[in-house]
Each structure stands twice: as C-alpha cells, then as structure tokens.
Unconditional design. Structure first.
Length: 426
C-alpha cells in the first residue's frame, strides 16, 4: 500500500456512492469491508448525506431496553444505546429494588436554557451594567421577535442575568439570556436570539461583543430524582454499608468521584443517544455541575431511612428535547421516544435522572459485593470468544470455560476451541 495522504480535495462534493468508491480505492478495502460501508441500515443515502459532512457509511450500536422503572407512579420501558456489557441489566435490577418502595420520584424540570453574551472593552463597568438593566425590556423584545411561535406556545426569552468576570484581558460583563425553550433542547433558538440582541447591546453599552452562544452548563434545567432501594433486595446490611462507604469515598476523592459519575452517565448518555439528543452537551454539563462547588463531587447522595433501606438522590442538569434536531430526523430516535411514551422534554429529563440514579446504585452495589467485573465478564467473555473466531454454537461453552479459569483472552479462547475440535472433554 502506498503512503496515505489526507489532503483530499473536493471529497465533500462527491455523491455518497462516489465517496464510498473513492475511499475504497484509497484505503484498498476488500469486498467484505466495502459491503459494510454500503450497509447503512435504516437510512437511505440521501437522508444520511444531510446529517454530517463527508459521510461514507453508518455506524450502529446496540439498542436495548431497561425494565422495571416506575417514575412518579407511571411505568416506563427505557431505551438505551450503549456498547458496554451489563449496563442495561444493572439498571433494570436497580429499578426493581426501588419499585418495592414506590419507584422513583422525579421533580418537574424547567426548560430554561442560558445563552451567554460576552461584552469586552469596557471603560466603566457600572455604566454598562446600568445600561443593560435599563434596556432589559427592549433586549428581551428583540430576542422574542426571533421566534413568535415559541412565544405563542408559552416560551421565549424570560429574563437576564449579569455576571462580572476578571480576566487576564481585563474586566468582562457576561449577560445570561434566559430562554424557555419548551420541548426542544434549544441550542439553535438561544444562539439565534443572542446574535440578534448583540448589535443593540453594543450600541447602548459602547462595549464590544465577541461570543454569543449557549452554555451547556444548564443550571436552570436541573433534573432531580429520589428513590428508596430495598436493603434486602440489595443484598443485606453489609452491602448497604459498602455502598455508603463507596459514596463517602467518592465524596472525599475526585479520582473516585469521576468514576462514580461515569457510572451515572452510563445510563443518562445511553438514553440521550437513544433519543437523538446531544451526548456531548449532557456529559460536559454534568461534569461541570459536579465541579461548581470548587471541588469535583458526586452527582448523587445516599443515606439510610429508619428501616435501614438505602435512600438515593440525584441532581444533574439535563437539557433533553423531544422536538428538533435528531430527535425527529433519526428513525430509531423516533422509535425510542414512542417506546418511552413521554409527553414533554421535562418528562424525558425526569426519566433520565431516575435512570442515572438507578445506574449508580447498580454499580455501587456490584462494587460493594461481588465486584464490578463479574457482570461485565459474562458478556465480555462472549465478545472475546467471537473475536477469536469461535462458531456461534460454541460461544457459550467457550465463554463459560474462560470465566471458570479466569482467563478471558483471545489466545485462550482459541486454545479452548482447538481442544474442543480435537475431541477433548471440557
């Protein structure tokens, strides 16, 4: 294969099929690899070609369902898109432990997003602040003119917040334009509003505006959920004690808190991806929220009730939408929302918070009892067997043997397969 060059001119101008042909020649793809590219599943070429740039194929992930969730006295089947073994089963189990005590109780989530407007080159900071407040009504009026329908439906720009920042380039005033985006995630409309009001703000403040963009730290869109997890179903007092100790570890140590919160996001991001929402926005917002105190901390907290059951709570920003973006374009996202049967963005965020709490409890329970690897290894061993070329009818047998021997490796899977083929009785 000759040396690869990545400075390929005009690739975006080619049709979807022409791009596949060109990259096949450049990379020297074999027939099987070309077929993989050509298999775009539930998309048609014209549809997939409008989603991102330089498209050559479709990448699919497992789409699973978590069961047993009762949230605010309503039952939910929760779709999850994730590649990690045991996550879906773990969430379903934790939901069962909470179901005995009424399930999850989630609070209503306001659909208010923040768009930040950065004012620089300020001579008199108090003058600029006063000008903003004096002209607040006009600023909101200009913002709301950008989407009359949103206003008619009860949404729109609601208020302003002003924050003063000391930076290495001098003082800046940051306006937070607060917008009720109703059932959308809201990035497009809040960005449009911020851009529309900026010339007027520059005029009245005599400052210079640079950035006008939403913040993914959606502190006005906080999802909260609470549940009681039965101590006996969890595994008894010792397991509950182990979970509380694991929580205190995370509370004291950001190294542990990071992995603690990763377990929460296993659930939330899987739901976010399934419903066609922005996983990167949700992740960044959650981790920033975990750091607001000045120290990175867990997104959940735990205590005991009077009977020794585990009471868990979660608080996390969740800017999830059910209209706009990929939620309506992606066919599997539409299906996921139909399975969920949610009627609003607030309801979807309430489900997300409950799922994150369940996922966290499941992970802490595994750590406090059997260890996290046991659940993972059952599925991981099957994947390893498949990679090793084990025929489908022998995968369970080979996987079981690897787990028994605690050698979950491709080379050992091949060794087991060879012994089976040689007639050895395993």
């Amino acid at each position: 294969m000759k040396e690869l060059r990545s400075d390929i001119s005009g690739f975006y101008k080619l049709s979807f099929e022409e791009r596949q042909q060109k990259i096949s020649k450049i990379i020297n793809l074999n027939e099987e690899e070309i077929k993989l590219l050509q298999n775009i599943g539930y998309f048609v070429p014209k549809q997939i070609d409008t989603l991102i740039e330089n498209v050559i194929g479709s990448y699919q992930l497992p789409f699973g369902l978590a069961f047993n969730f009762k949230i605010n006295n309503k039952d939910y089947i929760i779709p999850m898109v994730i590649e990690e073994p045991s996550v879906v089963a773990a969430a379903s189990n934790a939901a069962k432990f909470a179901r005995k005590h009424g399930g999850f109780f989630s609070e209503n989530v306001k659909s208010v997003m923040i768009s930040q407007i950065q004012i620089t080159q300020i001579q008199d900071i108090e003058y600029v602040r006063k000008q903003i407040l004096d002209n607040k009504d006009q600023i909101l009026k200009i913002a709301n003119e950008q989407d009359p329908l949103l206003n008619e439906l009860g949404g729109g720009a609601l208020d302003l917040e002003i924050r003063e920042l000391d930076t290495r380039r001098g003082k800046m005033l940051i306006i937070h334009l607060l917008v009720n985006v109703l059932d959308a995630m809201g990035a497009n409309i809040v960005n449009t509003m911020a851009e529309a009001v900026s010339p007027y703000i520059e005029e009245v403040t005599e400052g210079k505006i640079y950035l006008r963009i939403l913040s993914n730290l959606a502190t006005h869109r906080i999802a909260k959920s609470k549940a009681t997890f039965d101590k006996d179903l969890l595994g008894g007092t010792q397991v509950v004690e182990g979970i509380l100790n694991a929580y205190e570890f995370a509370l004291a140590d950001p190294y542990r808190a990071t992995t603690h919160n990763k377990g929460i996001m296993n659930g939330i991001v899987a739901l976010t991806l399934a419903t066609g929402n922005d996983t990167r926005a949700i992740e960044s917002g959650a981790h920033a929220f975990a750091s607001l105190s000045g120290k990175y901390s867990p997104l959940t907290k735990f205590e005991l009730d009077s009977k020794g059951n585990l009471v868990g709570e979660i608080e996390v920003p969740l800017a999830l939408g059910i209209i706009g973006g990929m939620t309506k374009i992606h066919p599997m996202a539409r299906l996921a929302l139909k399975i969920l049967n949610v009627k609003s963005a607030s309801e979807l965020s309430q489900v997300g918070a409950a799922l994150g709490l369940a996922q966290n409890v499941a992970a802490l329970r595994a750590l406090a009892s059997e260890g996290i690897q046991k659940g993972h290894m059952a599925l991981h061993s099957r994947n390893i067997a498949k990679i090793a070329g084990v025929p489908d009818e022998l995968i369970e047998k080979v996987a079981k043997k690897m787990i028994e021997e605690k050698k979950i490796r491709v080379d050992y899977a091949k060794e087991i397969l060879q012994k089976i083929n040689d007639g050895e009785n395993l």
